[in-house]
Ligand binder design. Structure first.
Ligand code: HEM
Length: 531
């Protein structure tokens, strides 16, 4: 009897041990497959097409090397860059180093994620012109940037994105934008009044940090033109969005993000708090709008907010609106437009002013042009803007050297052919715009210099391959606010330049920094005088 019991007992433990071993081995195999075999399979598919890149290590891919290269640059002097305008080799030095080593197309890895850097202009064009939904915005970034952008137009994909684009894009067609010019002029004049007062108070010349004023101006323009509101009314939304943008940028979102997004760390709690506050502020705007609409009936405002509200409720037959709760759809898209519609334009205006201060001969040329076109109290209207060729060249050159959005990013959802490369599902595609915009083979030996003249005969004459100029992206996901942004920039710059002369303040520190967009880390400080 005792022998039988011992045998059964032994059998039980043997079987348990086998089961435990099988479970542990399967788990290890599964983890190994996710962490190494799967990305390695993607790499192999690229390798056999002749694509190379830095060798990744287990678990963290090329992240340790990226951090090592970045630390090396941080320790070196800023003059290590090719020119004052060459920020890519300081902000993303690993991408630049690998480009020199492996060419214009190479792969690298950030742990389980496999990336392909595509900086060949023809391939960039093919990638961006693809209308297939097999290419979309990277999903993992959607998660990290979720508190800021949710599933709004900037980050969504497929049917939902198409529905959002159909609703939002027509609001920024040129005809509509022309009708918004009066608001732009009015908002700019309020900012100018503030500067005039300061110049007067400070004895004829003021040291002004222009960034926040430009942000307030562009926030006012987007609020009034798209949301029937004003900067002052939406002030809290903008300041909280800005706080969220800075906090998310600190923790990283581009190639690696926080490992513990859902843990209640101090920063995560702050992010959640800001997200909730922004949501309730936007819902308040919407509630007020609905109340206003019920009072006014058919004479209610027909602006972008109204289109988003209708789009959330009605759908359009292409998109199942029941799949995203109505308020989510509205809040996410409002957040996207508030952010996209004011940050990049304000930053572009700040870079323009910095460059015009640095190159006074261009400041004089633009001023002479504006005075000639708008002198004798002629109106600043669409016709006047059309004639401002020098101003347009300066803006184009600024967007070449300081593109507020330095990356184009896509994720491949199904194996896709781009040019001669079959890119396997799961790979993330990246284009580093500053590199493309400074390639001497495309732009000439003076590619690093500020020379607006290169655009005197248009983009196609400015460079060998016009598809290499992509400050607003290209293809189906091209910036839908580009007309709006160009008009807004021309309006605000022409009013500034015809009222003030300015130079760089000694307090200005040139330090481009990446916080979801490329911005001057310490702001742009100008010494401003009234003309
Ligand atoms: C100088 C100012 C601006 C620059 C440099 C800029 C640049 C860009 C870039 C590079 C993209 C991504 C394109 C791609 O992935 O291929 C984009 C997308 C977008 N931009 Fe802009 N933008 C500017 C101003 C604006 C303004 C004023 C608005 C107005 C609301 C706006 C709304 C959007 C939207 C909604 C998208 C997403 C389009 C989509 O995915 O379908 N942008 N922008």
């Amino acid at each position: 009897m005792e022998v039988v019991f011992l045998t059964v007992n032994h059998l039980f433990w043997s079987m348990t041990t086998v089961v435990v071993v099988v479970v542990v081995v399967s788990l290890v195999m599964y983890v190994y497959s996710i962490l190494w075999l799967k990305p390695e399979k993607l790499r192999e598919k690229l390798r056999i097409q002749g694509i190379t890149g830095p060798p990744p290590c287990f678990l963290r891919g090329n992240v340790p090397e990226m951090k090592r290269i970045q630390a090396g640059v941080a320790a070196a002097s800023p003059s290590a860059a090719n020119s004052p305008h060459d920020y890519a080799s300081i902000l993303f030095p690993y991408l630049e180093q690998w480009r020199k080593q492996y060419g214009q197309i190479y792969m690298y890895s950030t742990g389980t994620r496999q990336h392909l850097l595509v900086n060949h202009p023809d391939l960039v064009k093919e990638m961006s012109l693809s209308v297939s939904w097999d290419l979309g915005k990277p999903l993992y970034m959607g998660k990290t940037l979720g508190p800021m952008l949710g599933n709004g137009i900037l980050r969504s994909n497929g049917n939902i994105w198409a529905h959002q684009r159909r609703i939002i894009a027509p609001e920024f067609f040129m005809d509509k934008v022309k009708g918004m010019m009066d608001v732009m002029v009015d908002s700019a004049l309020s900012m100018l009044k503030k500067w005039e007062d300061r110049v007067e108070m400070e004895g004829g010349m003021a040291d002004v940090k222009v960034d926040q004023d430009l942000r307030n101006f562009s926030a006012d323009v987007i609020s009034r033109t798209c949301f029937g509101s004003s900067y002052l009314k939406g002030k809290e939304i903008f300041s909280k969005l800005r706080a969220l943008q800075v906090t998310l940028s600190k923790q990283g979102f581009l190639f690696w993000g926080p490992a513990y997004r859902n843990l209640p760390t101090k920063r995560n709690r702050e992010i959640r708090r800001l997200e909730r506050q922004i949501e309730s502020l936007i819902l308040k705007v919407i509630k007020e709008r609905k109340e206003e609409a019920s009072l006014l009936g058919s004479s209610a405002k027909k602006d972008l907010l109204e289109m988003i509200l209708e789009g959330a409720i009605n759908g359009d037959g292409h998109h199942d609106t029941t799949s995203i709760p109505c308020n989510r759809f509205i809040v996410d898209n409002c957040k996207n437009i508030y952010f996209a519609g004011h940050e990049s334009t304000a930053v572009a205006a700040a870079w323009c002013l910095m460059l015009l201060a640095l190159y006074p001969q261009w400041q004089d040329r633009v001023r002479a042009e504006v005075v000639q076109i708008c002198g004798d109290h002629r109106p600043l209207d669409a016709d006047a803007l059309q004639k401002m060729k020098t101003m347009k060249m300066v803006i184009q050159e600024t967007l070449r050297l300081y593109s507020p959005a330095p990356f184009l990013a896509r994720e491949v959802f199904q194996d896709t052919k781009i040019g001669h490369i079959v890119v396997p599902k799961g790979v993330h595609l990246w284009t580093l715009i500053p590199t493309l915009h400074r390639d001497p083979d495309i732009w000439g030996e003076d590619a690093h210099e500020f020379k607006p003249d290169r655009f005197s005969n248009g983009i196609s004459e400015a460079c060998k391959l016009p598809q290499a100029y992509v400050p607003f992206g290209v293809g189906a996901r091209m910036c839908l606010g580009r007309n709006f942004a160009m008009v807004e920039l021309m309006v605000v710059l022409s009013l500034i330049i015809s009222n003030f002369s300015f130079s760089l303040s000694p307090t200005y520190r040139h330090s481009p920094s990446y916080r979801m967009i490329l911005e001057p880390e310490y702001g742009v400080h100008l010494l401003i005088r009234k003309i």
